[in-house]
Design a protein around this ligand. Sequence first.
Ligand SMILES: Nc1ncnc2c1ncn2[C@@H]1O[C@H](COP(=O)(O)OP(=O)(O)O)[C@@H](O)[C@H]1O
Ligand SMILES: N[C@@H](CCOP(=O)(O)O)C(=O)O
Length: 304
Amino acid sequence: MTIEVRAPASSANLGPGFDCVGISFALYTTVRVKVQDALEIVPIGPDLQDTPRDESNIVYQAMLALSEAAGQQLPPVRLEIESGIPLARGLGSSAAALVAGMVAANELLDRPLDTQSLFDLASRLEGHPDNAGASLVGGAVVATFDGQGAKYLQFQLPENLRALLVVPQYALETSKARGILPDTYSRTDMVFQLSHAALLAAGLASGNLAVFKEAMRDRLHQPYRAALVPGLLELLEGAPEHGALGAALSGAGPSVLCFYEANSDVSALKAFLTGVLEQHGVTALLEELPLDNAGVQVSLHPEN
Ligand SMILES: Nc1ncnc2c1ncn2[C@@H]1O[C@H](COP(=O)(O)OP(=O)(O)O)[C@@H](O)[C@H]1O
Ligand SMILES: N[C@@H](CCOP(=O)(O)O)C(=O)O
């Protein structure tokens, strides 16, 4: 029997929802787990060739964390890992890897953890609930997290919402992009942040796309991370003037997320984004990525 688990990519923050708002995308990390006599970890494809083939692999670490939380022993397994999510681009590859590992172990051990416990564990492993939560339950997630447990609401993304992602060729580790943030903020900036995050959550939940341009503005991380992402502020300011509903750094970057309305013409937006990237000497892919409303998926293959 092989257990196959597919966890989607995610975009965290959406501007002001730092560490608390995330959505998921139809790009996937897939893991396949089969019990055998000794542990074997098999990363597949060029993107994963530098990832560990021993117990330190984060997918396996997530499996161990799940078995520990469940109070059960994990049997030795063959673990295959494939990632369609580019690493360290702000698209939640690490969250998807953790979620896939955790859910595969949960399945192997006959589902000792329910969805809330999986959400809590994913948030602890990733350190924040935004992209781990979106990868687990799909759609849009708004969450609080106290370091142990999360309170969250999941809802389906508005039907007429579409996403265009700017995915640069260069990588940016999340730890580096978190290290650049200040420790304190002014009350003025906090009021700005709270009001925009609240408007963003209300806009997502109600499907009112008209507020996104204003609601996706942020003062907590994007102005600081701009030092690590050439052209970021120009992209964010200019995208809504060229047809985007709103734009934000995707997670910790360097990808940029632009929302647009279904059936709208994005050629002017693409031309604008390409022009800014060229000015800054950045090579990037522009990808219209379908949104994912389902979250992690498990399939069982008894014949294998
Ligand atoms: N499928 C995977 N298997 C093993 N390690 C992975 C996998 N996906 C991500 N990682 C690890 O996570 C790192 C990227 O995480 P991070 O810096 O948080 O960026 P992001 O999650 O935005 O892609 C990679 O450099 C790699 O060490
Ligand atoms: N809220 C986190 C999200 C990191 O997402 P990632 O996809 O870049 O790992 C942050 O902004 O640091």
